[in-house]
Design a protein around this ligand. Structure first.
Ligand SMILES: NC(=O)c1ccc[n+]([C@@H]2O[C@H](COP(=O)([O-])OP(=O)(O)OC[C@H]3O[C@@H](n4cnc5c(N)ncnc54)[C@H](O)[C@@H]3O)[C@@H](O)[C@H]2O)c1
Ligand SMILES: [Zn+2]
Ligand SMILES: [Zn+2]
Length: 383
């Protein structure tokens, strides 16, 4: 069938909105009509090249060319058709995208770490999770890859059942889309991965679609102080609305202030959620962490960067820890519905996260707004 999609043909280019061909679902696959797609910073990393695997790595994976590539991994939609063997969804069901698939059976899924499911391997390259072949083609007939094998920047996509979570039909699909990446990742970074405890001092560095939800997570976990750091004033104001107690324009500004606020103890948890994490930012990030404290690295760094400035003496002597996280270390099958339930009862704020809505044709305008810092989250709403 025909679809319209935002396709990237190379780095440092605009997304090109054009017609593509989508094949019907095979065994274990589902045709989805995406209704809403969130504009997460992770898709922007393909435009800048931060998340485009280097040629040597692609060659090792047997991939000739990374592009063309359909973006979008934050999303919500409606099931149109299911292939043989699909049991968890049926036509008409509402679904959330899950940028980490979960098979339920691998070593990681079966030990409560669905964010590390083995099916996530090769998520940025190659064909379908099910059999490695392709279901999506651009006009010249070439196969086109999809971000996280979801391609929520396409009206229609054929995706693996493992990448979809059924949600209740009365929930606004905009909210479902937000939860599918930004909310879960930010919230889980603060609650689950950082393990924020009542009374803690938590610093969140970078208040975009991810960081704002780390602020919400820290507040809900009972933090006494939630300190939001972002150079953009609008982001700091938004952070105060959603639970921050203090804000600063930079980590350099926050360090002496946190020292004073905590009588020298510094923060119990620091969550790093800037748009791009550069190695040198870790020096200030780690300076914000107090004795026995934790720094969670959620933001993505350029794929090939291998250096970070960390005072290793202090890491050892202050008994600090640094932890990475994917998807806030949550379990998509349990936690996407759980977060939506928290929205339903009013504990988790979702409507407040959307700054602007765009049509698919306005995608480049939406990403420009992200670069300009004028959106907490922009979303694409399909007709
Ligand atoms: N680990 C995961 O599973 C996961 C999932 C989704 C997104 N991410 C990553 O999380 C990061 C944040 O994504 P987003 O969608 O919220 O991005 P965003 O662009 O919406 O927000 C980033 C914010 O960081 C701020 N910022 C930039 N430099 C800063 C600095 N030096 N100090 C303080 N603030 C700074 C910006 O002003 C902006 O408000 C990205 O790297 C994204 O790829 C990771
Ligand atoms: Zn994302
Ligand atoms: Zn698994």
């Amino acid at each position: 069938m025909k679809s319209r999609a935002a396709v990237l043909y190379g780095m440092n280019q605009d997304w090109k909105v054009e017609g593509i061909e989508v094949d019907p679902p095979k065994t274990g696959e589902v045709l989805v009509q995406w209704k809403v797609a969130g504009m997460c910073h992770s898709d922007e990393h393909f435009v800048t090249g931060d998340m485009v695997p280097p040629q040597e790595l692609l060659a090792m994976m047997g991939v000739d060319d990374f592009f063309p590539f359909i973006g979008g991994h934050e999303g919500a939609g409606v099931v149109m058709e299911v292939g043989p063997g699909v049991t968890s969804v049926q036509p008409g069901d509402h679904v959330s995208a899950s940028f980490v698939p979960s098979c339920g059976r691998c070593r990681y899924c079966s030990t409560g770490r669905q964010n590390l499911c083995d099916l996530g391997a090769g998520t940025l390259t190659g064909g379908m999770i099910t059999d490695g072949t392709h279901r999506h083609h651009v006009q010249d007939g070439r196969a086109v890859k999809m971000m996280a094998k979801l391609g929520t920047f396409s009206e229609y996509a054929t995706v693996a059942e493992a990448s979809l979570i059924k949600v209740e039909k009365d929930l606004p699909l905009e909210c479902v889309a937000l939860v599918s990446c930004g909310v879960a990742t930010g919230w889980g970074s603060a609650t689950n991965r950082a393990d924020t405890q009542p009374g803690d001092t938590v610093v969140v560095v970078g208040i975009g679609g991810i960081g704002i939800n780390a602020v919400q997570g820290a507040r809900m976990a009972g933090a006494k102080r939630v300190i939001a750091v972002d150079p953009v004033e609008f982001k700091r104001e938004k952070a105060m609305e959603l639970g921050a107690t203090h804000t600063f324009a930079s980590m350099a500004e926050a360090i002496p202030a946190v020292m004073e606020l905590t009588w020298g103890q510094m923060a119990d948890r620091v969550i790093m959620t800037p748009g791009v994490l550069h190695g040198e930012m870790m020096a200030e990030g780690m300076s914000l962490v107090g004795k026995g404290g934790t720094c969670v690295v959620t933001a993505i760094s350029p794929m090939t960067s291998t250096e970070a400035s960390i005072n290793l003496f202090q890491l050892a002597m202050w008994n600090k820890e640094v932890k990475g996280t994917i998807f806030g270390s949550l379990n998509p099958r349990a936690d996407i519905p759980r977060l939506l339930d928290m929205y339903r009862v009013g504990d988790l704020k979702l409507d407040e996260l959307i700054t602007r809505r765009y049509s698919l044709d306005q995608i480049n305008e939406g990403y420009q707004a992200m670069r300009d810092g004028t959106n907490i989250r922009g979303v694409i709403v399909y007709d």
